[in-house]
Unconditional design. Structure first.
Length: 532
Protein backbone atom coordinates (compact mmCIF):
# COMPACT_ATOMS: atom_id res chain seq x y z
CA UNK A 1 0.00 0.00 0.00
CA UNK A 2 1.34 3.45 -0.91
CA UNK A 3 1.98 6.04 1.77
CA UNK A 4 2.11 8.86 -0.78
CA UNK A 5 0.50 8.66 -4.21
CA UNK A 6 0.89 11.51 -6.73
CA UNK A 7 -1.16 11.05 -9.89
CA UNK A 8 -1.23 13.31 -12.94
CA UNK A 9 -0.09 16.34 -10.94
CA UNK A 10 -0.01 19.48 -13.08
CA UNK A 11 0.79 22.91 -11.73
CA UNK A 12 0.91 26.42 -13.16
CA UNK A 13 1.77 29.77 -11.55
CA UNK A 14 0.00 32.78 -13.04
CA UNK A 15 -0.70 30.66 -16.11
CA UNK A 16 2.92 29.51 -16.61
CA UNK A 17 3.16 25.67 -16.64
CA UNK A 18 5.54 24.38 -13.93
CA UNK A 19 4.62 20.70 -13.49
CA UNK A 20 3.14 18.43 -16.15
CA UNK A 21 1.41 15.13 -15.37
CA UNK A 22 3.79 14.09 -12.56
CA UNK A 23 3.36 10.57 -11.17
CA UNK A 24 5.20 9.40 -8.04
CA UNK A 25 4.57 6.99 -5.17
CA UNK A 26 6.26 6.17 -1.86
CA UNK A 27 5.56 3.16 0.38
CA UNK A 28 6.13 3.10 4.15
CA UNK A 29 9.82 2.45 4.89
CA UNK A 30 10.82 3.34 1.32
CA UNK A 31 13.33 5.97 0.14
CA UNK A 32 12.53 7.67 -3.16
CA UNK A 33 14.95 10.16 -4.70
CA UNK A 34 13.84 12.89 -7.10
CA UNK A 35 16.73 14.22 -9.15
CA UNK A 36 17.19 16.78 -11.90
CA UNK A 37 18.64 20.22 -12.55
CA UNK A 38 17.42 23.48 -11.02
CA UNK A 39 14.07 24.39 -12.54
CA UNK A 40 13.12 20.76 -13.21
CA UNK A 41 10.22 20.92 -10.72
CA UNK A 42 11.72 18.88 -7.87
CA UNK A 43 11.14 21.37 -5.08
CA UNK A 44 7.78 22.50 -6.48
CA UNK A 45 6.59 18.89 -6.32
CA UNK A 46 7.59 18.75 -2.64
CA UNK A 47 5.90 22.08 -1.92
CA UNK A 48 2.74 20.79 -3.61
CA UNK A 49 2.73 17.84 -1.21
CA UNK A 50 3.11 20.24 1.73
CA UNK A 51 0.60 22.68 0.13
CA UNK A 52 3.06 25.53 0.55
CA UNK A 53 2.61 26.81 -2.98
CA UNK A 54 3.07 30.49 -3.88
CA UNK A 55 0.23 32.85 -4.68
CA UNK A 56 -1.18 32.37 -8.16
CA UNK A 57 -0.53 28.61 -8.18
CA UNK A 58 -3.19 26.35 -9.67
CA UNK A 59 -2.88 22.57 -9.39
CA UNK A 60 -4.79 19.63 -10.77
CA UNK A 61 -4.51 15.89 -10.35
CA UNK A 62 -4.27 14.08 -7.02
CA UNK A 63 -1.87 13.94 -4.07
CA UNK A 64 -3.00 11.30 -1.60
CA UNK A 65 -1.40 10.71 1.80
CA UNK A 66 -2.91 7.50 3.20
CA UNK A 67 -6.05 8.07 1.12
CA UNK A 68 -6.34 11.71 2.20
CA UNK A 69 -6.29 14.02 -0.83
CA UNK A 70 -4.11 16.88 0.41
CA UNK A 71 -4.48 18.82 -2.83
CA UNK A 72 -7.98 19.96 -1.90
CA UNK A 73 -7.62 20.26 1.87
CA UNK A 74 -8.36 23.61 3.53
CA UNK A 75 -5.43 25.38 5.19
CA UNK A 76 -6.60 24.55 8.72
CA UNK A 77 -6.49 20.83 7.98
CA UNK A 78 -3.08 21.16 6.25
CA UNK A 79 -1.72 22.88 9.37
CA UNK A 80 -2.77 19.82 11.34
CA UNK A 81 -0.97 17.51 8.87
CA UNK A 82 2.28 19.50 8.58
CA UNK A 83 4.69 18.45 11.27
CA UNK A 84 2.46 15.64 12.49
CA UNK A 85 1.98 13.53 9.33
CA UNK A 86 4.43 15.26 6.96
CA UNK A 87 7.80 16.66 7.99
CA UNK A 88 10.16 18.66 5.80
CA UNK A 89 13.89 19.32 5.95
CA UNK A 90 14.89 22.40 3.96
CA UNK A 91 18.13 22.93 2.06
CA UNK A 92 19.61 25.80 4.08
CA UNK A 93 19.28 25.16 7.83
CA UNK A 94 20.38 28.65 8.90
CA UNK A 95 17.42 30.24 7.09
CA UNK A 96 15.06 27.47 8.25
CA UNK A 97 15.92 28.15 11.91
CA UNK A 98 14.97 31.19 13.98
CA UNK A 99 18.25 32.88 15.02
CA UNK A 100 16.76 34.37 18.22
CA UNK A 101 15.28 31.13 19.57
CA UNK A 102 17.19 28.26 21.20
CA UNK A 103 17.36 24.89 19.49
CA UNK A 104 15.34 23.37 22.32
CA UNK A 105 12.51 25.87 21.90
CA UNK A 106 12.45 25.32 18.14
CA UNK A 107 12.17 21.53 18.44
CA UNK A 108 9.55 21.89 21.17
CA UNK A 109 7.58 24.36 19.04
CA UNK A 110 6.45 21.64 16.64
CA UNK A 111 5.20 19.51 19.53
CA UNK A 112 3.44 22.33 21.36
CA UNK A 113 1.73 23.77 18.27
CA UNK A 114 0.08 20.38 17.68
CA UNK A 115 -0.74 20.10 21.41
CA UNK A 116 0.68 16.59 21.34
CA UNK A 117 1.85 16.77 24.99
CA UNK A 118 2.33 19.26 27.83
CA UNK A 119 5.47 21.47 27.95
CA UNK A 120 7.39 19.25 30.40
CA UNK A 121 6.92 16.18 28.22
CA UNK A 122 7.64 18.23 25.09
CA UNK A 123 11.02 19.18 26.54
CA UNK A 124 11.77 15.53 27.25
CA UNK A 125 10.76 14.60 23.69
CA UNK A 126 12.99 17.40 22.33
CA UNK A 127 15.94 15.96 24.26
CA UNK A 128 15.13 12.49 22.91
CA UNK A 129 14.97 13.49 19.24
CA UNK A 130 18.06 15.72 19.48
CA UNK A 131 19.91 12.76 21.01
CA UNK A 132 18.61 10.56 18.18
CA UNK A 133 20.08 12.91 15.57
CA UNK A 134 23.45 13.01 17.34
CA UNK A 135 23.06 16.11 19.54
CA UNK A 136 22.82 14.80 23.12
CA UNK A 137 21.90 17.45 25.74
CA UNK A 138 25.06 16.84 27.79
CA UNK A 139 27.17 18.09 24.83
CA UNK A 140 24.60 20.28 23.06
CA UNK A 141 22.33 21.90 25.67
CA UNK A 142 18.85 22.90 24.56
CA UNK A 143 19.80 26.47 25.45
CA UNK A 144 22.17 26.80 22.48
CA UNK A 145 21.37 29.07 19.55
CA UNK A 146 21.75 28.13 15.85
CA UNK A 147 24.80 30.37 15.35
CA UNK A 148 26.65 28.36 18.00
CA UNK A 149 26.45 25.20 15.88
CA UNK A 150 28.20 24.08 12.70
CA UNK A 151 26.36 23.62 9.40
CA UNK A 152 25.99 19.88 9.91
CA UNK A 153 24.77 20.34 13.48
CA UNK A 154 22.18 22.90 12.36
CA UNK A 155 20.95 20.45 9.74
CA UNK A 156 20.53 17.86 12.51
CA UNK A 157 18.39 20.34 14.47
CA UNK A 158 16.16 20.85 11.41
CA UNK A 159 15.82 17.06 11.08
CA UNK A 160 14.95 16.81 14.79
CA UNK A 161 12.19 19.40 14.29
CA UNK A 162 10.83 17.44 11.32
CA UNK A 163 10.72 14.08 13.15
CA UNK A 164 9.63 15.32 16.59
CA UNK A 165 6.15 13.86 16.11
CA UNK A 166 7.35 10.91 14.02
CA UNK A 167 5.56 11.84 10.78
CA UNK A 168 4.59 9.17 8.27
CA UNK A 169 6.37 11.04 5.46
CA UNK A 170 9.64 12.97 5.60
CA UNK A 171 10.66 15.26 2.72
CA UNK A 172 14.34 16.29 2.55
CA UNK A 173 15.09 19.04 0.00
CA UNK A 174 18.82 19.04 -0.88
CA UNK A 175 19.74 18.25 2.76
CA UNK A 176 23.48 17.80 2.10
CA UNK A 177 24.35 20.26 -0.70
CA UNK A 178 26.47 22.67 1.38
CA UNK A 179 27.98 20.06 3.73
CA UNK A 180 31.45 18.55 3.73
CA UNK A 181 31.80 14.90 2.74
CA UNK A 182 31.99 13.39 6.23
CA UNK A 183 29.04 15.44 7.51
CA UNK A 184 27.12 14.60 4.32
CA UNK A 185 27.72 10.88 4.90
CA UNK A 186 26.56 11.23 8.53
CA UNK A 187 23.34 13.05 7.52
CA UNK A 188 22.53 10.46 4.85
CA UNK A 189 23.18 7.61 7.30
CA UNK A 190 20.98 9.39 9.84
CA UNK A 191 18.11 9.68 7.35
CA UNK A 192 18.43 6.01 6.39
CA UNK A 193 18.42 5.05 10.07
CA UNK A 194 15.27 7.08 10.74
CA UNK A 195 13.45 5.41 7.86
CA UNK A 196 14.46 1.99 9.15
CA UNK A 197 13.66 2.79 12.79
CA UNK A 198 10.35 4.63 12.35
CA UNK A 199 9.11 3.00 9.13
CA UNK A 200 8.47 6.42 7.58
CA UNK A 201 8.64 7.15 3.88
CA UNK A 202 11.45 9.44 2.72
CA UNK A 203 11.33 11.69 -0.34
CA UNK A 204 14.84 13.07 -0.89
CA UNK A 205 15.43 15.78 -3.49
CA UNK A 206 18.89 16.18 -4.97
CA UNK A 207 20.69 17.12 -8.18
CA UNK A 208 23.54 14.63 -7.62
CA UNK A 209 23.00 10.99 -8.55
CA UNK A 210 26.13 9.97 -6.63
CA UNK A 211 24.52 11.07 -3.35
CA UNK A 212 21.55 8.71 -3.65
CA UNK A 213 22.94 5.90 -5.81
CA UNK A 214 23.38 3.50 -2.86
CA UNK A 215 20.71 5.04 -0.62
CA UNK A 216 17.44 5.29 -2.54
CA UNK A 217 15.15 2.37 -3.33
CA UNK A 218 13.76 4.21 -6.34
CA UNK A 219 14.88 7.21 -8.42
CA UNK A 220 12.64 9.61 -10.32
CA UNK A 221 14.34 11.89 -12.87
CA UNK A 222 12.62 15.18 -13.68
CA UNK A 223 13.24 17.73 -16.41
CA UNK A 224 11.22 20.86 -17.25
CA UNK A 225 8.46 19.82 -14.87
CA UNK A 226 8.04 16.30 -16.27
CA UNK A 227 9.13 12.85 -15.14
CA UNK A 228 11.40 11.58 -17.91
CA UNK A 229 12.47 8.33 -16.24
CA UNK A 230 11.67 6.41 -13.07
CA UNK A 231 12.46 3.01 -11.64
CA UNK A 232 14.23 0.92 -9.03
CA UNK A 233 17.64 2.48 -8.37
CA UNK A 234 19.95 -0.32 -9.47
CA UNK A 235 17.84 -1.14 -12.52
CA UNK A 236 17.68 2.51 -13.58
CA UNK A 237 21.45 2.95 -13.20
CA UNK A 238 22.12 -0.18 -15.24
CA UNK A 239 19.52 0.55 -17.92
CA UNK A 240 19.30 4.32 -18.38
CA UNK A 241 16.96 4.94 -21.29
CA UNK A 242 16.59 8.69 -21.43
CA UNK A 243 19.50 10.83 -22.74
CA UNK A 244 18.90 13.36 -19.95
CA UNK A 245 19.47 10.70 -17.26
CA UNK A 246 22.71 9.67 -18.93
CA UNK A 247 23.76 13.33 -19.14
CA UNK A 248 23.17 13.79 -15.39
CA UNK A 249 25.15 10.66 -14.60
CA UNK A 250 28.08 11.67 -16.80
CA UNK A 251 28.07 15.23 -15.42
CA UNK A 252 28.21 13.89 -11.84
CA UNK A 253 31.55 12.27 -12.63
CA UNK A 254 32.80 14.93 -15.06
CA UNK A 255 36.59 15.20 -15.26
CA UNK A 256 38.82 17.71 -17.02
CA UNK A 257 42.45 17.77 -18.13
CA UNK A 258 44.41 20.80 -16.96
CA UNK A 259 47.12 22.30 -19.17
CA UNK A 260 50.72 21.67 -18.11
CA UNK A 261 52.27 24.02 -15.58
CA UNK A 262 55.36 26.13 -16.26
CA UNK A 263 58.68 26.04 -14.39
CA UNK A 264 57.87 26.37 -10.67
CA UNK A 265 58.41 29.86 -9.23
CA UNK A 266 57.04 30.65 -5.75
CA UNK A 267 54.12 33.08 -5.80
CA UNK A 268 52.28 32.61 -2.48
CA UNK A 269 54.37 31.67 0.55
CA UNK A 270 52.65 30.82 3.84
CA UNK A 271 55.08 30.23 6.71
CA UNK A 272 54.12 28.96 10.20
CA UNK A 273 50.86 30.95 10.30
CA UNK A 274 48.92 30.92 13.57
CA UNK A 275 45.49 32.51 14.12
CA UNK A 276 43.69 32.46 17.48
CA UNK A 277 40.22 33.64 18.48
CA UNK A 278 39.14 34.67 21.93
CA UNK A 279 36.43 32.59 23.59
CA UNK A 280 33.92 33.84 26.17
CA UNK A 281 35.04 33.60 29.77
CA UNK A 282 33.42 30.80 31.78
CA UNK A 283 32.79 33.22 34.65
CA UNK A 284 33.30 36.80 35.79
CA UNK A 285 36.82 36.03 37.00
CA UNK A 286 37.41 33.05 34.74
CA UNK A 287 40.59 32.78 32.67
CA UNK A 288 40.68 34.13 29.12
CA UNK A 289 40.40 31.20 26.72
CA UNK A 290 41.39 30.97 23.06
CA UNK A 291 40.54 28.78 20.11
CA UNK A 292 43.37 28.10 17.65
CA UNK A 293 41.75 28.12 14.21
CA UNK A 294 45.02 27.97 12.21
CA UNK A 295 47.94 26.17 13.84
CA UNK A 296 51.36 26.56 12.24
CA UNK A 297 50.31 26.25 8.57
CA UNK A 298 53.06 26.38 5.94
CA UNK A 299 52.91 25.83 2.17
CA UNK A 300 54.05 27.35 -1.12
CA UNK A 301 51.90 27.97 -4.20
CA UNK A 302 53.90 28.38 -7.42
CA UNK A 303 52.99 30.69 -10.27
CA UNK A 304 50.70 28.94 -12.77
CA UNK A 305 49.91 26.16 -10.29
CA UNK A 306 46.42 25.05 -9.24
CA UNK A 307 46.31 24.12 -5.55
CA UNK A 308 43.40 22.49 -3.72
CA UNK A 309 42.47 22.84 -0.04
CA UNK A 310 40.09 20.31 1.50
CA UNK A 311 38.84 19.55 4.99
CA UNK A 312 35.70 19.41 7.10
CA UNK A 313 33.74 22.44 8.23
CA UNK A 314 35.53 24.13 11.11
CA UNK A 315 38.98 22.88 10.11
CA UNK A 316 40.27 26.44 9.49
CA UNK A 317 39.95 26.74 5.70
CA UNK A 318 37.95 29.98 5.79
CA UNK A 319 40.16 31.56 8.45
CA UNK A 320 43.26 30.75 6.41
CA UNK A 321 41.60 32.20 3.31
CA UNK A 322 40.81 35.49 5.06
CA UNK A 323 44.39 35.69 6.31
CA UNK A 324 45.77 35.19 2.79
CA UNK A 325 43.47 37.93 1.49
CA UNK A 326 44.71 40.30 4.22
CA UNK A 327 41.30 40.46 5.88
CA UNK A 328 42.51 39.03 9.20
CA UNK A 329 45.81 39.57 10.94
CA UNK A 330 47.64 36.48 12.20
CA UNK A 331 49.27 36.16 15.62
CA UNK A 332 52.49 34.74 14.23
CA UNK A 333 54.00 33.56 10.97
CA UNK A 334 54.07 35.34 7.65
CA UNK A 335 52.19 35.36 4.36
CA UNK A 336 53.90 36.74 1.24
CA UNK A 337 52.64 37.20 -2.31
CA UNK A 338 55.34 37.53 -4.94
CA UNK A 339 57.81 38.31 -2.17
CA UNK A 340 55.72 41.09 -0.59
CA UNK A 341 54.09 40.66 2.86
CA UNK A 342 50.28 40.66 2.97
CA UNK A 343 50.51 42.62 6.24
CA UNK A 344 52.95 45.43 6.98
CA UNK A 345 53.06 45.90 10.71
CA UNK A 346 49.42 45.65 11.80
CA UNK A 347 47.96 47.03 8.58
CA UNK A 348 47.06 45.15 5.39
CA UNK A 349 49.29 45.86 2.43
CA UNK A 350 46.84 47.21 -0.16
CA UNK A 351 49.42 47.01 -2.94
CA UNK A 352 49.49 43.25 -2.39
CA UNK A 353 45.77 42.83 -1.83
CA UNK A 354 44.94 44.23 -5.28
CA UNK A 355 46.90 41.34 -6.80
CA UNK A 356 44.37 38.82 -5.41
CA UNK A 357 40.70 38.20 -6.15
CA UNK A 358 38.13 35.74 -4.77
CA UNK A 359 35.15 33.87 -6.24
CA UNK A 360 32.55 33.05 -3.59
CA UNK A 361 30.19 30.10 -3.19
CA UNK A 362 26.97 32.09 -3.66
CA UNK A 363 27.32 34.39 -6.69
CA UNK A 364 23.93 36.02 -6.15
CA UNK A 365 24.78 36.96 -2.58
CA UNK A 366 28.13 38.44 -3.63
CA UNK A 367 26.56 40.92 -6.08
CA UNK A 368 24.56 44.09 -5.52
CA UNK A 369 21.21 43.35 -7.24
CA UNK A 370 20.62 47.06 -7.96
CA UNK A 371 23.62 47.37 -10.28
CA UNK A 372 24.03 46.23 -13.85
CA UNK A 373 26.63 43.66 -14.85
CA UNK A 374 28.97 46.32 -16.30
CA UNK A 375 29.31 47.93 -12.90
CA UNK A 376 29.47 44.63 -11.03
CA UNK A 377 32.38 43.17 -13.01
CA UNK A 378 34.35 46.42 -12.82
CA UNK A 379 34.17 46.69 -9.02
CA UNK A 380 37.86 45.63 -8.70
CA UNK A 381 38.87 48.69 -10.73
CA UNK A 382 38.72 50.76 -7.53
CA UNK A 383 41.86 48.87 -6.42
CA UNK A 384 43.84 50.29 -9.34
CA UNK A 385 45.69 53.59 -9.22
CA UNK A 386 44.57 54.39 -12.77
CA UNK A 387 41.40 52.44 -13.59
CA UNK A 388 40.42 52.16 -17.28
CA UNK A 389 37.82 54.62 -18.52
CA UNK A 390 35.78 55.20 -21.64
CA UNK A 391 36.40 52.85 -24.56
CA UNK A 392 39.17 50.98 -22.74
CA UNK A 393 36.76 50.17 -19.91
CA UNK A 394 34.07 48.93 -22.31
CA UNK A 395 36.61 46.83 -24.19
CA UNK A 396 37.81 45.22 -20.95
CA UNK A 397 34.22 44.38 -19.93
CA UNK A 398 33.47 42.87 -23.35
CA UNK A 399 36.69 40.84 -23.29
CA UNK A 400 35.98 39.36 -19.87
CA UNK A 401 32.34 38.51 -20.56
CA UNK A 402 33.36 36.84 -23.81
CA UNK A 403 36.14 34.94 -22.02
CA UNK A 404 33.64 33.38 -19.59
CA UNK A 405 31.20 32.40 -22.33
CA UNK A 406 28.76 35.31 -22.12
CA UNK A 407 27.88 38.09 -24.55
CA UNK A 408 29.15 41.69 -24.29
CA UNK A 409 25.47 42.72 -24.49
CA UNK A 410 24.94 41.05 -21.10
CA UNK A 411 26.73 44.01 -19.52
CA UNK A 412 23.47 45.98 -19.52
CA UNK A 413 21.46 43.35 -17.65
CA UNK A 414 20.81 42.89 -13.93
CA UNK A 415 22.06 39.86 -11.99
CA UNK A 416 18.53 38.44 -11.41
CA UNK A 417 18.22 37.93 -15.18
CA UNK A 418 20.82 35.14 -15.15
CA UNK A 419 20.87 31.51 -14.05
CA UNK A 420 23.09 30.28 -11.22
CA UNK A 421 25.78 29.06 -13.60
CA UNK A 422 25.75 32.33 -15.54
CA UNK A 423 26.08 34.30 -12.29
CA UNK A 424 29.15 32.27 -11.39
CA UNK A 425 30.62 33.05 -14.80
CA UNK A 426 30.07 36.74 -14.07
CA UNK A 427 31.79 36.29 -10.69
CA UNK A 428 34.79 34.74 -12.48
CA UNK A 429 34.81 37.64 -14.98
CA UNK A 430 34.88 40.08 -12.06
CA UNK A 431 37.84 38.23 -10.52
CA UNK A 432 39.77 38.20 -13.80
CA UNK A 433 39.18 41.76 -14.98
CA UNK A 434 42.23 43.29 -13.26
CA UNK A 435 44.47 40.33 -14.16
CA UNK A 436 45.23 39.26 -10.58
CA UNK A 437 48.24 37.12 -9.80
CA UNK A 438 46.17 34.82 -7.56
CA UNK A 439 42.48 33.83 -7.49
CA UNK A 440 40.87 32.08 -4.52
CA UNK A 441 37.84 29.92 -5.34
CA UNK A 442 35.83 29.46 -2.13
CA UNK A 443 33.37 26.58 -2.70
CA UNK A 444 32.75 28.13 -6.11
CA UNK A 445 30.83 25.18 -7.60
CA UNK A 446 29.32 23.40 -4.57
CA UNK A 447 25.85 24.96 -4.97
CA UNK A 448 25.57 24.34 -8.71
CA UNK A 449 23.77 21.58 -10.60
CA UNK A 450 26.04 18.79 -11.79
CA UNK A 451 25.70 19.81 -15.44
CA UNK A 452 26.38 23.49 -14.68
CA UNK A 453 29.28 22.47 -12.46
CA UNK A 454 30.78 20.54 -15.36
CA UNK A 455 30.47 23.61 -17.59
CA UNK A 456 32.23 25.83 -15.00
CA UNK A 457 35.07 23.29 -14.65
CA UNK A 458 35.49 23.24 -18.43
CA UNK A 459 35.55 27.04 -18.37
CA UNK A 460 38.33 27.06 -15.75
CA UNK A 461 40.42 24.75 -17.94
CA UNK A 462 40.00 27.11 -20.89
CA UNK A 463 40.90 30.12 -18.74
CA UNK A 464 43.99 28.33 -17.40
CA UNK A 465 45.17 27.86 -20.98
CA UNK A 466 44.39 31.46 -21.97
CA UNK A 467 45.41 33.44 -18.87
CA UNK A 468 47.83 31.05 -17.11
CA UNK A 469 45.73 31.15 -13.94
CA UNK A 470 47.16 30.56 -10.49
CA UNK A 471 44.51 29.64 -7.96
CA UNK A 472 43.74 28.16 -4.57
CA UNK A 473 40.61 26.01 -4.91
CA UNK A 474 38.80 25.47 -1.60
CA UNK A 475 36.06 22.85 -1.65
CA UNK A 476 34.49 19.96 0.23
CA UNK A 477 33.73 18.17 -3.05
CA UNK A 478 36.67 15.80 -3.43
CA UNK A 479 35.73 14.73 -6.96
CA UNK A 480 35.99 18.35 -8.12
CA UNK A 481 39.29 18.97 -6.32
CA UNK A 482 40.72 15.81 -7.81
CA UNK A 483 40.12 16.91 -11.39
CA UNK A 484 40.76 20.68 -11.16
CA UNK A 485 44.02 20.88 -9.12
CA UNK A 486 47.67 19.90 -9.51
CA UNK A 487 48.42 19.60 -5.80
CA UNK A 488 46.19 19.34 -2.74
CA UNK A 489 46.43 20.29 0.94
CA UNK A 490 44.38 18.38 3.52
CA UNK A 491 43.49 20.43 6.61
CA UNK A 492 42.30 19.14 9.98
CA UNK A 493 41.86 21.13 13.20
CA UNK A 494 43.88 24.04 11.88
CA UNK A 495 46.82 22.00 10.61
CA UNK A 496 47.90 20.69 7.21
CA UNK A 497 48.02 16.94 7.85
CA UNK A 498 48.86 15.86 4.30
CA UNK A 499 49.89 17.47 1.03
CA UNK A 500 51.21 16.36 -2.32
CA UNK A 501 50.37 15.78 -5.96
CA UNK A 502 46.60 15.53 -6.21
CA UNK A 503 46.37 12.13 -7.87
CA UNK A 504 49.00 10.68 -5.52
CA UNK A 505 47.13 11.87 -2.42
CA UNK A 506 43.78 10.54 -3.69
CA UNK A 507 45.18 7.23 -4.94
CA UNK A 508 47.39 6.49 -1.92
CA UNK A 509 46.43 8.67 1.08
CA UNK A 510 48.87 8.37 3.95
CA UNK A 511 47.09 10.15 6.80
CA UNK A 512 44.15 8.52 8.53
CA UNK A 513 42.08 11.70 8.22
CA UNK A 514 42.61 11.87 4.45
CA UNK A 515 41.60 8.23 4.20
CA UNK A 516 38.39 8.95 6.13
CA UNK A 517 37.53 11.90 3.85
CA UNK A 518 37.97 9.83 0.70
CA UNK A 519 36.00 6.92 2.18
CA UNK A 520 33.10 9.24 3.07
CA UNK A 521 32.84 10.80 -0.41
CA UNK A 522 29.86 9.50 -2.45
CA UNK A 523 30.92 7.27 -5.32
CA UNK A 524 29.16 6.85 -8.64
CA UNK A 525 28.42 3.16 -9.34
CA UNK A 526 29.52 1.43 -12.51
CA UNK A 527 26.82 1.65 -15.16
CA UNK A 528 25.68 -1.37 -17.08
CA UNK A 529 25.46 -2.00 -20.79
CA UNK A 530 21.91 -0.80 -20.83
CA UNK A 531 23.06 2.74 -20.13
CA UNK A 532 25.48 2.85 -22.98
Amino acid sequence: MSLLQIKNLSLSIHGVPILKQVDLSIAPGQIVAVTGESGSGKSMTALAVMQLLPNGAEASGAIRLHDVDVLNRPEAEMCALRGASIGMVFQEPMTALNPVKTIGDQVMETILIHKAMPPAQARTRAEEVLTRVGLPPDRFPLSRYPHELSGGQRQRVVIAMAIALRPKLLIADEPTTALDVTTQAQILDLLKGLVSEYGMGLLIITHDLAVVADMADRITVMRHGEVVESGATQHLLRHMRHPYTRMLFEASGHQVILPDTVEPRPLLQVAQVVRDYRLPRTGLLGPQRHHRAVDGVSFTLNKGERLGLVGESGCGKSTLTRAILGLEEVQSGEIRLDGQPVFTGHRPNLAVRRKMQVVFQDPYGSFNPRHRVARLVTEPFHLLERPPTGTERQDRIAEMLTAVGLSPDDSNKYIHEFSGGQRQRIAIARALIIRPQLILFDEAVSALDVSVRAQILDLLVDLCATYDLTYLFISHDLSVVRTITDRVLVMQSGRIVEQGETEQVFSDPQHRYTQSLIAAAPQLPEIGQGAA
